[in-house]
Write a protein that binds this ligand. Structure first.
Ligand SMILES: Cc1ncc(COP(=O)(O)O)c(C=O)c1O
Length: 401
């Protein structure tokens, strides 16, 4: 078969039995290039969002050389692929083995931490190394983000002040990092976070070499249309310039979602319809994890041959293929009212935290992979096709949220 030009062409030609994971490397490359062109500092790709080799290759091809990694397998995946990659081990809690292997086997020098004990672990496992870049993760509010990341990591208050002083004494370079939460809908979140961070640095009275504003940059899901990414950059630049305690500090960011969301979609098949419920061949234990557990609504497209009658749109809820009743996606997802068994639906923007979160629970979790060169369903980077019907589907879904 010739390489399909779109999800519809693929479905018509192959009638796939398995769910199809569509990868659009060009979309990841465009997003990465946008960040490299617009972020006034270093861009680290947060590998966890999508570690697929084609995505890694795409962001690398765009010019990204820095990677935010959270585990040994992620380190290995990037280091064996790109000999000139710079790795930042940004998980604030690491095993001793992971620290040792990262430092001695993979040359990692950048480590994140948010506690005294983790700092001691890093120093001990690197044999008292003096060439470490230690990045202290600070707690900031998660109130502006769709997916909060404030509940688990981040030092605050007087313990943050003490930790900065302690790390300063041991670091070749000292950094601070934070995460405003994923799918951050309000650019001012970065201003508020940077004010908090500036305050702690001031209290600690230390020189900081790196300010890492983390991830959080959004994609355009139905019902979650963010302001343009330029406004996020403006907030960050202005806040960085206003931080009084920094001299010649470097600015970093660690985007995950924004670089890869548009680069993925999934084609799923309806196995059964019961009223307004559709049972699909993938779901909450698969690529639609965030739809089941975070209430995220993906843009959808019913993949039928052109020319049939047009039906009004109707709200559906979705079920995945496993036996667990939490395997359901409330949506609502708007689709043609006559959708039925055997129909294929494409879910857009599953490139971030989609395939990366899929499990093999109940024996599911196998996908066909397809590379496509067409536009994603929605785009923060001007890539979307915006035909009337598609934008209608997105708008209807947004209304139902
Ligand atoms: C430390 C760190 N950096 C970056 C990211 C990427 O965040 P996002 O996908 O929201 O850009 C995450 C996500 O969990 C993270 O934990």
């Amino acid at each position: 078969m010739e390489r399909p030009t779109s999800a519809l062409a693929l479905v018509l030609a192959t009638k796939p039995d398995l769910p199809v994971h569509c990868i659009r490397p060009h979309a990841a490359k465009t997003a990465a290039k946008w960040f490299l062109d617009h972020f006034p500092g270093d861009v680290l790709y947060a590998v966890k969002a999508n570690p697929h080799p084609m995505i890694l290759d795409a962001v690398y091809a765009a010019g990204v050389r820095w990677f935010d990694v959270a585990s040994l397998p992620e380190i290995e995946a990037v280091a064996t692929r790109f000999s000139d990659a710079k790795l930042a081990f940004m998980h604030p809690v690491k095993s001793r083995l992971a620290i040792r292997r990262a430092y001695f086997d993979f040359g990692v020098r950048i480590f994140s931490l948010d506690s005294h004990d983790e700092l001691q672990k890093i120093i001990a496992e690197t044999n008292g190394a003096t060439d470490l870049h230690l990045i202290v993760r600070l707690a900031v509010t998660g109130d502006y983000a769709q997916h909060k990341l404030s509940g688990k990591f981040g030092a605050s208050g007087s313990s943050a002040v003490m930790l900065l002083r302690e790390a300063r004494a041991l670091a070749s370079e000292l950094g601070v990092s934070f995460h405003v939460g994923s799918q951050c809908m309000r650019p001012e979140a970065y201003r508020v976070a940077m004010a908090t961070v500036g305050d702690i640095i001031r209290q600690a009275g230390v020189t900081v070499d790196i300010v890492d504003v983390g991830g959080g940059f959004p994609a355009a899901y139905p019902g979650l249309t963010p302001p343009p990414l330029e406004t996020y950059m403006t907030e960050i630049v202005q806040s960085f310039e206003g931080m009084p305690v920094l001299e010649n500090a470097d600015l970093w960011c660690e985007p995950g979602r924004a670089l890869c969301a548009e680069a993925g979609s999934h084609i799923l098949r309806v196995e059964l319809r019961k009223g307004d419920a559709l049972y699909l061949n993938d779901g909450g234990y698969g690529a639609l994890f965030d739809a089941a557990h975070d209430g995220l609504v993906y843009p959808t497209k019913l993949l039928r041959a052109k020319g049939g009658p047009r039906r009004p749109l109707k709200a559906f809820r979705l079920y995945g293929p496993t036996c667990d009743s939490i395997d359901q996606m409330a949506g609502p997802f708007f689709l043609a009212s006559d959708v039925s068994e055997g129909d294929y639906i494409e879910f857009g923007l599953t490139g971030a935290y989609g395939a990366a979160l899929a499990t093999r629970f109940n024996g599911f979790g196998d996908y066909v992979e397809a590379t496509l060169e067409d536009a994603p369903m929605t785009s923060m980077f001007g890539l979307a096709p915006a035909t009337k019907r598609e934008s209608n589907v997105v708008a209807m879904a947004a209304k139902g949220k």
